[in-house]
Write a protein that binds this ligand. Structure first.
Ligand SMILES: [Zn+2]
Ligand SMILES: [Zn+2]
Length: 1011
């Protein structure tokens, strides 16, 4: 007996039940044990930042990871299943700052770095537990409890080792340059951090036209344009394009002619003729400006798309400006400090932030006559990815890894990686070609301590391990709680060159170093012997039992066969591990990548906590269920943004309900008829009908298609093939075989059971809960869980047969369209259907077609019952035909065309493909016509007495069966039936009785009685 199923699945409830069952039966452990020693498939998990509960966009990535790990496990692959947490850096710090109400670096230092570090660790402990809970609820199978934490001393030591090597190769240097700077976080950001989602946000800034009086040309000015007023007090030069023409307006203002084509100019010069002119700066009343000899310089990169064609240059507050200062030997004024506030030598501006200063600067410019015009300007402006503060440019001393020497190697290795979708590999290639040196230092607290100890003698000491630190420490090693600030700052070492005592720089490292080292640190690269629980070091102590494996383990599991993350990771994790791997061992750390685009809400907007459209994973688990979430993720083509929400979830539930109903149909009738399937006889090895053969082949097609889709790492194709299979099972096989189930037809039961069981097997990685729930009901003598059944054998299906039935289904579908166009209900029998253009294989199925469409006769032949109207499909045909389109269009309209085979048409020598035309068949009087892709059906919609009477019969049958259901009768109960229609009883008593399970039919008011 099968367990009866309710009318629809309660996804969340059955999922919680499955979680219990898996835990009780240790299903995952059994699976791993079964695969142990099998072929290896190496997946390396990109760490999730441990500063939050599970968000739905993270659940997307986790689902994809889980789907492919499950698929590979079903195919017998041995896997590692190690989950990772990212535990350091600004993500963690900013979350803790918010929690503690701290708002500047000063406040963090006052709070105490030791306490702050403990608070950061607490956040990671809480969040990693939450993320684990959410991921388990999602159905993700990982080796929970043996996770890697990037803040472990072990992970940090691996990065130290990497940095030491980089230094030995001569690629490590300290740079002085202008970088994007977050004034709130008080640190520079690197190029790749700016590529993260949400960094560029639209904002409105002041738009200022400002004029600088020329010292040697009284009454004349150069006009510049800026959207960052705070940079004007740092102005030292104005740049013109040497080749372009500039003009002087009557009021003495010089601007580029090209940008003001309607202005009248009284004098014109080429930019190069203006070079060297000196001018008075806008804030020469302040000490820094007063010391500068402002002049005009040439610059080929001056653009003529906006502004005045004369560019304000402030090398202390702009990146290109800083580069120009080197070429032209310009002074560099640094107006603001680490927190973005003006230094005290800026007089009345002292202490103001760059934003606060804007209004006062504009006011002053107005008073002094420098301001020409002030307005507002909307643009996409970079913001700190962590705290949302608008970024500024600031000069900073940062540590860099020079990339030029290794760049060719990176490009060469990336070309070997298989990227899905392919364009993401191209993005990676672009990035690798164009990226600048890697800025690895951050002026922060809770992060990887950079092991750099520069000495006054000029030598840079780089420590490569904790052991080395101990050996070289002059004091403080014993108080080293973790390899982290503040403890590590109290451990000076001796310079290996001169023997002097040297201190570590205070900077911490870019978080992408933490995640990038993972393919080495977690796999035990160059580690002589296994250290049990060796990843539970430093801050990770007590959080994980993960071992630090030995080098032979790394050799087995490196490189990863597959990694998968969101597209923005191209410049982040995909990049950092790739870079580190090429440096350490000269190869890519992964062979294959699945990237995917962004998640938006179901209306296509970004999800924001403050917009109220953010969905919490817990809410989604309760309101849609994990399987439905997973379905939504998997149905998404990776090259497009996912519009996630409850609306799409509703649609998915509807589709899954069709599947559920097919299973329920088998369960209900199987129980009535005592059907007992057997796992040992999976394929229906009984005498089958043609339709059964078809379903067997259709099932083989599903297995083949789904397998191909998993191999191509495209879940969207798994979902599509499953959905079309469900439609075929429900709307063809069951529909066409219903009666066979009412009268125990073993072949029908066995075939349907086989099809459903096979489909559960291939869909299990995508929706593990529902698949296992139904499996345990349908397969009672086989593997206890669908996740323990091996992958179904892939057998090439009989594609000829499948194409034949697909053609029949197409004819039926067109017949339905024609019927609905005729506005006759499907229960009304009709006389005749004519089918034209269908392939010969459909001809043998006229009985089925007639039955499905309730017509007496199906003929194959010419459809004369219609007029053919052909119009050009303009978006397609326009580009193909060009000017010839007009002619073709006219000829089509006049009906002067020839119909070719396969839905093509010939017009005046042009052959038009089916996709290039819109074909409409219009029924003649009494005929309903539908047409698609060269197949046309025409339905004779004329009714006669005979047909009307039969229509009445079928209406009655329907009515009675509704009544049966309403009265609560079992599907097998027999009835006595009274109907008020004597003519029907005379003609159709037997059919009426058969189709309503009546033992007697008599005249009277419509009613039924249990017999
Ligand atoms: Zn910030
Ligand atoms: Zn020294």
């Amino acid at each position: 007996m099968f367990t009866p199923l309710p009318d629809k699945p309660d996804h969340p409830a059955l999922e919680l039940e499955m979680l219990d069952v898996w835990e009780r039966e240790e299903t995952f452990r059994q699976l791993r044990e079964r695969n142990r020693g099998g072929p290896r498939w190496s997946f390396i998990d990109g760490p999730v930042t441990a500063n939050k509960t599970l968000p739905v966009h993270t659940a997307w990535g986790r689902t994809l990871k889980d789907v492919f790990q499950r698929y590979k496990a079903l195919r017998g692959f041995d896997q590692r299943y190690q989950n990772g947490f990212d535990c350091q850096g600004l993500w963690i710090e900013v979350a803790v700052e918010r929690e503690l109400g701290l708002n500047s670096k000063r406040e963090i230092e006052d709070y105490g770095l030791e306490r702050f570090a403990h608070k950061c660790r607490e956040l990671v402990v809480w969040s990693s537990a939450e993320l684990t809970r959410g991921s388990i609820r999602l159905g993700q199978w990982m080796d929970w409890g043996r996770d890697y934490y990037t803040f472990s001393d072990t992970n940090i030591e691996y990065i130290w080792k990497f940095l030491k090597l980089v230094n030995e190769r001569g690629w490590l240097y300290k740079g002085h340059r202008s970088t994007e700077w977050c004034p709130r976080c008080g640190t520079s950001l690197s190029q790749h951090e700016l590529s993260q989602a949400g960094v560029y946000q639209d904002r409105s800034d002041p738009s200022l036209f400002v004029r600088f009086p020329l010292l040697d040309r009284p009454g004349e000015y150069v006009v510049v344009w800026t959207t960052t007023p705070w940079t004007l007090p740092a102005n030292v030069a104005a740049a013109v394009h040497p080749e372009k023409e500039y003009g002087r307006r009557e009021n003495g203002e010089w601007v580029a002619v090209e940008l003001f084509p309607d202005d009248r100019f009284v004098e014109r010069l080429r930019g190069e003729q203006m070079v060297g002119w000196r001018y008075r700066g806008p804030f020469d009343d302040l000490a820094p400006g007063a010391s500068v000899d402002h002049r005009i310089i040439p610059w080929d990169d001056v653009t003529m798309d906006q502004g005045t064609g004369i560019v304000h240059i402030a090398p202390g507050a702009g990146s290109e400006d800083f580069e120009l200062s080197k070429t032209h030997d310009l002074p560099v004024l640094m107006p603001v400090d680490e927190s973005g506030r003006f230094y005290d030598n800026y007089g009345w501006l002292h202490g103001l932030s760059t934003l606060e200063a804007a209004d006062q600067i504009i006011g002053r410019l107005g008073e002094t006559g420098f301001l020409v015009e002030a307005g507002l300007y909307n643009h996409a402006y970079p913001h700190c990815w962590r705290c949302d503060t608008p970024l500024i440019f600031r000069l900073s001393d940062d540590w860099f890894i020079s990339v030029d020497e290794i760049r060719p190697k990176l490009l060469e290795e990336n070309a070997k990686v298989e990227w899905v979708p392919e364009y993401m590999g191209k993005r990676m290639d672009d990035w690798l070609r164009n990226m600048g040196d890697w800025n690895i230092s951050r002026r922060r607290y809770y992060g990887l301590p950079l092991p750099f100890y520069p000495c006054a003698c000029g030598h840079l000491n780089v420590v490569g391990s904790k052991t080395e630190l101990r050996e070289r420490a002059t004091e403080g090693f014993e108080q080293l709680e973790e390899l982290r600030r503040p403890w590590v700052d109290r451990v000076p070492i001796r310079c290996e060159e001169c023997g002097e005592i040297v201190q570590r720089i205070l900077d911490v490292g870019d978080v992408w170093l933490d995640a990038g080292i993972v393919p080495f640190s977690t796999l035990g690269w160059e580690n002589p012997e296994l250290v049990p629980e060796g990843f539970g070091t430093g801050a990770a102590r007590g959080l994980t039992t993960a071992d630090l494996p030995d080098h032979s383990y790394w050799e087995q599991w490196f490189p990863a066969d597959w990694v998968s993350e969101m597209r923005e990771q191209i410049r982040l994790w995909f990049y950092s591990q790739f870079f580190m791997s090429c440096v350490l061992v000269g190869t890519s750390p992964y062979k294959r990548v699945l990237g995917y685009e962004k998640m938006l809400d179901e209306r296509g907007r970004e999800m924001h906590g403050s917009w109220g459209n953010m969905i919490k994973a817990d809410e989604a688990f309760t309101r849609m269920g994990a399987d439905v979430m997973r379905w939504q993720y998997c149905a998404q083509p990776p090259d497009r943004n996912l519009l996630f929400g409850f609306g799409p979830a509703h649609e998915i539930k509807r589709k899954l309900l069709t599947f559920w109903n097919s299973v329920k149909f088998l369960v209900d009738y199987g129980n009535i008829e005592g059907f007992t399937p057997s796992w040992d006889r999976l394929e229906p090895d009984v005498e089958r009908r043609a339709l059964d053969d078809w379903l067997v082949e259709r099932t083989r097609l599903l297995v083949a298609d789904a397998t191909g889709a998993y191999e191509a790492t495209l879940t969207v194709n798994v979902v599509r093939s499953f959905e079309s299979f469900v439609d075929d099972v429900s709307n063809w096989y069951i529909r066409r075989s219903r009666r066979r189930f009412y009268s125990f037809d073993d072949a029908a039961f066995r075939t349907l059971w086989y099809a459903l069981v096979q489909s559960l097997r291939v869909v299990a990685p995508v929706m593990p809960f529902l698949a296992d729930h139904l499996w345990r009901n349908l397969v009672q003598d086989g593997p206890a869980s669908v996740h323990l059944a091996p992958w179904p054998e892939v057998v090439e299906p009989d594609r000829g047969l499948l194409a034949e039935i697909a053609e029949v289904r197409r004819v039926v579908e067109l017949g339905r369209q024609a019927r609905s166009a005729s506005q006759l209900k499907l229960r009304q029998p009709l006389r005749r259907l004519v089918v034209a253009g269908a392939s010969a294989s459909a001809h043998g199925h006229s009985a089925e077609i007639a039955d499905e469409l309730r017509v007496k006769d199906v003929e194959f032949g010419e459809v004369e019952a219609s007029e053919l109207r052909v119009k050009p499909n303009l978006p397609v045909l326009g580009p193909k035909l060009g000017p010839a389109l007009r002619d073709v269009r006219e000829l089509l309209q006049r009906g002067e065309f020839e119909e070719l085979e396969d839905g093509r048409f010939q017009v005046n020598g042009h052959v038009l493909e089916p996709s290039e035309v819109l074909v409409e068949r219009v029924g003649r009087e009494g005929w309903a016509v539908a047409s698609e892709g060269g197949v046309t059906v025409a339905l004779d919609s004329r009714l006669d007495e005979e047909l009307l009477l039969e229509g009445r019969l079928l209406d009655r049958v329907h009515e009675v069966n509704v009544l049966r259901k309403e009265t609560g009768l079992e599907i097998t109960d027999r009835i006595k039936l009274w109907v008020p229609d004597q003519e029907l009883i005379d003609r159709y008593a037997e059919r009426l009785a058969a189709e309503t399970l009546a033992v007697s039919v008599e005249a009277g008011d419509l009613r039924i009685e249990k017999a």
